[in-house]
Design a binder for this molecule. Structure first.
Ligand SMILES: *Cc1c(COP(=O)(O)O)cnc(C)c1O
Length: 386
């Protein structure tokens, strides 16, 4: 009889590194070196199986491997890997998969750190970067007329929450023989699963939703074993592996990802509905599954809204008391920020204006607090008086 496939939450809650021991929580492996039996000795000598067998800390251990396997489960992908930060994952993918003198086609709106890697590290390697609009897959056709090594985009863009049509993008990449990597940090494997839509590799800042408690810096990739292995090889060369202690915290965080996501998404829906009715709000950016049926599996847990000007946005983030004015996202606490002054401050004002990121945009990472408290907080922060 074929075994019934378990649901994701069951899989994550019962994830353990090994079948030994009676403890329910996975053990934390702190050793940086291991006694070499014949198999481990062979692995170390040939580097063939060092990703699977304990030999030396930088090559990983049961704790980091468990974290990687849990990320793979979240994305529905065959293989996963954790790294020391989201940027270590971004940099690892872009340098492992794009050869010197190669070509990348990138979405128009990317995380600032990713832009820097493209502009500095990749350009220093003679890599050419062209652009396309991830919300308009047709715009890839022109860009892929010349061969490209990698297409890169973000599943849901920051800060205006534009959704990449990953299925249609993946089809075009396959037709042109280019790999597709999707930074799915804002989608968390919950709003979108790029691997299931045909992407070759999914990249995460696990600092955000995957860990979810604003207390671990980590990155992750998930995809086909062969491609993940290339990023792994690069990671072990550079030493951008994740510390086992951080990996252990990450495994604990991921266990409740589906539960946290549901609470955040529910709160985001309520806040989006409430904000849409406020006269101060000029525009609301909230990605909904019903508007992106081909690629989204669930509504988002992040939103952005536009107030009249920079002063109004500044006033709002200064006045919230339940939400915190802070950068980052995906944690259990609601965070608000002004992208023009934080995540997108290094971008030129002209480019921000071109992309619609006005000085009045406020970004919200919706947490799991009681939603009435969030509504009351936003009402007071938006309102007059005091
Ligand atoms: C935060 C973030 C990163 C970088 O991750 P770190 O963990 O801060 O290194 C990359 N991409 C996106 C979309 C992010 O939000």
């Amino acid at each position: 009889m074929e075994e019934r496939r378990r649901g994701l939450t069951t899989t994550l809650v019962h994830a353990r590194a090994d079948a030994q021991g009676a403890g329910l929580a996975p053990p934390l492996e702190r050793s940086t070196t291991f006694r070499l039996d014949a198999q481990a000795e062979e692995a170390l000598a040939t580097r063939a199986d060092v990703d699977r067998i304990d030999t030396y800390g930088r090559f990983g251990c049961t704790t980091t491997r468990l974290a990687g396997a849990m990320v793979a489960a979240v994305e529905g992908a065959p293989a996963g890997l954790v790294l020391s930060s989201g940027m270590a994952a971004v940099h690892g993918v872009l340098t492992a998969l794009v050869p010197p003198g190669g070509r990348v086609v990138a979405g128009g709106v990317l995380y600032g750190g990713t832009e820097e890697v493209l502009a500095r590290d990749l350009s220093a390697r003679g890599v050419e970067v062209s652009r396309f609009d991830a919300a308009d897959p047709g715009s890839l056709e022109g860009a892929l007329e010349r061969p490209a090594d990698l297409v890169w985009c973000e599943a849901i863009s920051n800060p205006l929450m534009q959704v990449a049509e990953v299925g249609a993008i993946a089809q075009r990449c396959q037709a042109h023989g280019a790999l597709l990597a999707v930074d799915a940090t804002f989608a968390a494997g919950m709003a979108m699963q790029p691997w299931s839509l045909g992407a070759d590799l999914v990249v995460h800042s696990a600092t955000k939703f995957l860990n979810g408690h604003s207390d671990v810096t980590a990155g992750a990739v998930a995809g086909a074993a062969r491609i993940v292995a290339e990023v792994y090889a690069c990671m072990t060369r550079v030493g951008s592996n994740l510390d086992p202690g951080a990996a252990w915290l990450l495994t604990r965080g991921i266990k409740t990802l589906p539960l946290r996501w549901a609470a955040m998404r529910d709160n985001a829906r309520v806040l989006a509905g409430w904000l849409a009715r406020r006269p101060e709000v000029r525009a609301l950016h909230y990605p909904r599954a019903e508007e992106h049926g081909d690629c989204m599996r669930d509504d988002g847990a992040m939103l952005a809204f536009e107030l009249g000007d920079a002063a109004a946005a500044r006033r709002f983030v200064d006045r919230v008391a339940v939400a915190a004015h802070a950068t980052s996202l995906g944690g259990i606490e609601t965070l608000v920020s002004v992208p023009a002054r934080s995540s997108h401050s290094t971008m030129s004002a002209e480019r921000r204006a071109h992309l619609g990121i006005t000085d009045g945009v406020v970004r919200v990472s919706v947490g799991i607090e009681d939603v009435e408290d969030l509504v009351a907080d936003f009402e007071r922060a938006l309102g007059g008086g005091q």
